[in-house]
Each structure stands twice: as structure tokens, then as C-alpha cells.
Design a protein around this ligand. Structure first.
Ligand code: ADP
Ligand code: MG
Ligand code: ZN
Length: 479
């Protein structure tokens, strides 16, 4: 029998606020354990939560980025369970009335749109660290604001699941609400997987694989789990509704626990927090301030003549995209600028370990370098070398025209000489017929172009070589 895989995602994204959701602690990634904690996030009796405004603003942006309807009134609930990473013994979340519902996200490479069921605000739990048979707990993460994004079960493969997770990450990053650094746990994906006979209407029993920390793991976990479920069905065995763990090394899923049914969390409205009310004015203001989203940006890059893959690099790297946009303000050949930045500039970043921010070639300088190259004042091949100098030492692109030893270097003159001769077939003919005067014309043109610092002897040497070479070619051509 043929089976169809069905997948739905639950994504937890840490919001990029300065402080935690209900207190003033400001944890940083990699900080010493239990140093960004206070009586509120440690759940001391008698403390009260105060909702962080920035958390709400980020959540609204996230909802808008995912096309959700933002509810002007939402509420917080208590999700009760006992676990050592949860100091209060409950998590404050939005269960009954989430901040956003009914969004949709397009996955361009699959030409598919997946519906977003809901997004809600909640607090993160602490982190358990299992070491040499001992479990330690770090509460720095307890109380970090999260949004949870729940999708409809509309994905049908591991590849689609990974692509959707990647697209959601891009949307959140573009909206500026999450770093989406999966290795740092800023974005964690749970996948719900079931299989059903092809053409069946009824969804199969699902398992939930928790906390995948790379897009590749999302794909692999879905593929493995679907295979495991199909094998069970083929053997006539039931699929248990379980929470599973995915082992990166072996690529295998294994059960963590039976799925709790919702009731065991004993949800009830959080009595320590008022209803969350957002004014229409705030919502409109945030909507108006939203940055350009990937859909619009993809369209824009396409118009500029960039390929989908080239555009994707800029979409995923805001610093590089900002740099590119600054370059094309001064140098309007978008395609040429994009290619140079995506290949040469990025290659140099990789080689030197510099970043767009700390390298020293300003966007205007790069624009100038490209212009001078187009004008033949800097040789194309040399521009790539000059770029490295500009990135590491800074300076002005024009230095490579003016400052090189005697004005301009021989390579540049050579290129310019060839170009000039190409443009002056009439003069070339006269030269070949033995005109001395026309040689002077050639030297004069180049000297005027490259300035008085350029060595005239070098210029005439180069010109003579090129002209004689041309003459040779012509003679051979006539034979
Ligand atoms: P819970 O809160 O217990 O995890 P939900 O009903 O909210 O349960 O569903 C959570 C996720 O499970 C959603 O992403 C949804 O798309 C997915 N899901 C629901 N049913 C199935 C199914 N039969 N197969 C695959 N995924 C499913
Ligand atoms: Mg779930
Ligand atoms: Zn705190």
C-alpha cells in the first residue's frame, strides 16, 4: 500500500527583547548559569509578574509577518506541570485566547501555502544539563519570552517541513523579532508526524518529535519517523501517540513519554495578570512600521535581474543586503554590483573571517571601485585584489589609480590600450601604414586619461607592444 506523510509544526521562537517577559533580568547567550535570575523568574512565593511591553510588540510583529489576525484582546493562562526546569510549577502561556490566529505562509520552492493555526506568547523554562550522571539546572532561560507558532497539518514530507521551518525563520528574522539561531536554541522546532493510506481522508495517529535544532534534523526526523510508522502499519501494529526524541547521531527517533492529554495540564486563566489589551492605534502603528517582507523583497530582486538563489542569499543576510543596497545607491548597475558582492566580497569575508560590519571597505568605496573598473582605470582582475586591501585596511578606491608607483600600473594601462585601439580602427590603420603622428595620438589619449603621474615611457612601451601585436594579427589575418 502507498502511504501519505502528514506533518504539522510547532515552533518556539525566543523574542529579541532586552529583558525577560515578567521581570527585569537580561540574560545573554552563554552567560554563567543562574546569574540572570531574580525572585520573579525563580518563582519565589509572593512575587508578581509584570508583562514586558517589548514582548507584546515583538509578538504583534511576528503575527503580522505570518499573516495572522492580531487579536486586540487576548489572555494568559497557567499550564500546570511539575518539572525541575519550571520553578513556579506552572508556565504562563496563552491557551484559550492567543494573540494571533489564522495566518498563512508560502513556501516558494514548493509553490505551497501552509496555514498557521495560531501564535501565542509564553515564557520559556530553564535548561536541564545532564552531565556524568548528574543533572544540573540553569534558570537563566526561565522567563525568556517566546512565541509559539502552530501550523495546520498540511505538510507532506520532511523536505516540505524543513522548508516551511526555514521560511518561518526568515519571516521572524526579517521582522526583527528573533535571531533564529537554532544552535543557540533561539528557534526550536517540534514536528508532529502521522501517515495514512493514500487517498484516505482520516488523519492517522501522530507522534510529536521535540526540540529539533537544525533544519536538516527536521527533514531527517520526519523521514525516519514516517518510515517507522509505515513499517508498524505494514506489520499490523498500532501507532502510539507519543512524544519522541530524535538522536542526531543515529538519525533515529525514540519515545520520550506517552503524550499527556490536554487535561493533565489543568489550564486556567492566570490570576496574576490582567487581560492583554492592544489598542487599534498601536496595532496600526506597528503594521505601518513593518519592514519589507520576503515576498516583496524576492519580487524586487527579480526586477533587479538577480536569480532566485542570489536573492535568497540577501534575504537571509540582512547586513549583506543593507551593504548591497548602499552600494547600488552610488553604482546603479544592480546585477553587476550583486555579482561582485556575492562572489568577491563574500569570498574575502570568508577568507579573512571579517564581517560586513567590521570590514573596512565602505559601500561608497566599493561603488567607486566598480565605477573605476568600468572606466578601465582599474583592471578588473586587480580590482579583486584591491578589494581585499580596502576591506582590511580601508582607504579610497581612487588610491589604486593615483597612488600606484608612477600613477597607474602597467596592467591597467594594457587593458586601457587594448580598449582604445579597439575603439580607433581608423587610427590603427594609419599606424600600420607607418604614421608616427598617430602613435603620439594614442600616447596622448592615455596620458590624458591617467594623469601626469603616469610614466609616459611605460605608456608608450605598452602601446607599442599592443599596436605591433595588432599589426601582426592583421597581417596573419590577411594571409
Ligand atoms: P498539542 O497541543 O497537544 O500538541 P494540537 O492539536 O495543538 O496538539 O496539534 C499540534 C500540532 O500537531 C499541530 O502542528 C498540528 O498541525 C499537528 N497535528 C495534528 N494532528 C496531526 C496529525 N494527524 N498528523 C500530523 N500532525 C498533526
Ligand atoms: Mg504539542
Ligand atoms: Zn528575573
Amino acid at each position: 500500500m502507498n502511504y501519505q506523510t502528514v506533518v504539522g509544526l510547532e515552533i518556539h521562537a525566543e523574542l529579541t527583547t532586552k529583558t525577560k517577559i515578567f521581570c527585569a533580568c537580561a540574560p545573554r547567550f552563554g552567560q554563567k548559569p543562574n546569574t540572570a535570575v531574580c525572585p520573579i523568574c525563580l518563582g519565589y512565593p509572593g512575587t508578581l509578574p509584570i508583562l514586558n511591553r517589548q514582548t507584546v510588540l515583538c509578538s504583534i510583529k511576528a503575527g503580522l509577518a505570518l499573516g495572522c489576525q492580531i487579536h486586540l484582546k487576548s489572555r494568559f493562562d497557567r499550564k500546570n506541570y511539575f518539572y525541575p526546569d519550571l520553578p513556579k510549577g506552572y508556565q504562563i502561556t496563552q491557551f484559550y485566547e492567543p494573540i494571533g490566529t489564522g495566518g498563512a505562509v508560502e513556501i516558494p520552492e514548493f509553490h505551497k501555502t501552509v496555514n498557521i493555526t495560531r501564535i501565542h506568547i509564553e515564557e520559556d523554562a530553564g535548561k536541564l544539563i545532564h552531565e556524568n550522571g548528574v543533572t544540573k539546572v540553569d534558570y537563566n532561560r526561565a522567563g525568556v519570552p517566546l512565541i509559539e507558532i502552530v501550523t495546520e497539518p498540511e505538510l507532506s514530507s520532511g523536505k516540505e517541513a524543513a522548508a516551511l521551518a526555514r521560511e518561518i525563520a526568515l519571516l521572524l528574522k526579517t521582522a526583527g523579532v528573533c535571531t533564529c539561531k537554532m544552535a543557540e536554541g533561539a528557534l526550536r522546532v517540534d514536528v508532529n508526524v502521522s501517515v495514512m493510506p493514500e487517498n484516505s481522508q482520516a488523519l492517522g495517529t501522530r507522534t510529536e518529535i521535540k526540540n529539533l535544532n537544525s533544519f536538516q534534523s527536521v527533514r531527517r526526523a520526519v523521514e525516519y519517523e514516517a518510515g517507522r510508522q509505515i513499517a508498524l502499519l505494514e506489520r499490523g501494529q498500532p501507532i502510539l501517540q507519543q512524544t519522541m526524541h530524535f538522536d542526531e547521531q543515529s538519525g533515529i527517533t525514540s519515545p520520550m513519554r506517552m503524550k499527556e492529554n490536554g487535561d493533565s495540564y489543568r489550564y486556567f486563566p492566570e490570576p496574576d495578570l490582567p487581560e492583554l489589551v492592544i489598542s487599534q492605534k498601536t496595532l496600526s502603528k506597528i503594521s505601518a512600521q513593518m519592514p519589507k517582507m520576503p515576498k516583496e523583497l524576492r519580487e524586487k530582486y527579480k526586477v533587479m535581474g538577480l536569480s532566485a538563489d542570489e536573492a535568497e542569499i540577501f534575504l537571509h543576510d540582512k547586513a549583506l543586503a543593507d551593504y548591497f543596497h548602499a552600494v547600488i545607491k552610488e553604482y546603479p548597475n544592480c546585477r553587476k554590483a550583486a555579482v561582485f558582492i556575492l562572489s568577491e566580497f563574500r569570498r574575502r569575508l570568508r577568507e579573512t573571517g571579517l564581517t560586513v560590519k567590521n570590514q573596512r571597505c565602505r559601500a561608497e568605496t566599493l561603488a567607486k571601485l566598480l565605477k573605476l573598473t568600468d572606466d578601465g582605470l582599474i583592471l578588473r582582475a586587480a580590482a579583486k585584489e584591491h578589494l581585499l586591501t580596502l576591506m582590511t585596511d580601508g582607504g579610497d578606491a581612487a588610491q589604486f589609480v593615483r597612488n600606484s608607483q608612477n600613477g597607474c600600473d602597467e596592467q591597467t594601462i594594457l587593458a586601457a590600450a587594448k580598449e582604445l585601439i579597439q575603439k580607433e580602427p581608423q587610427a590603427l590603420k594609419q599606424y600600420q601604414e607607418g604614421s608616427k603622428k598617430v602613435f603620439g595620438f594614442f600616447v596622448g589619449s592615455l596620458m590624458r586619461r591617467f594623469g601626469k603621474n603616469t610614466d609616459p615611457k611605460m605608456v608608450s612601451g605598452v602601446l607599442k607592444k599592443v599596436l605591433d601585436c595588432k599589426a601582426e594579427e592583421c597581417r596573419n589575418g590577411e594571409q
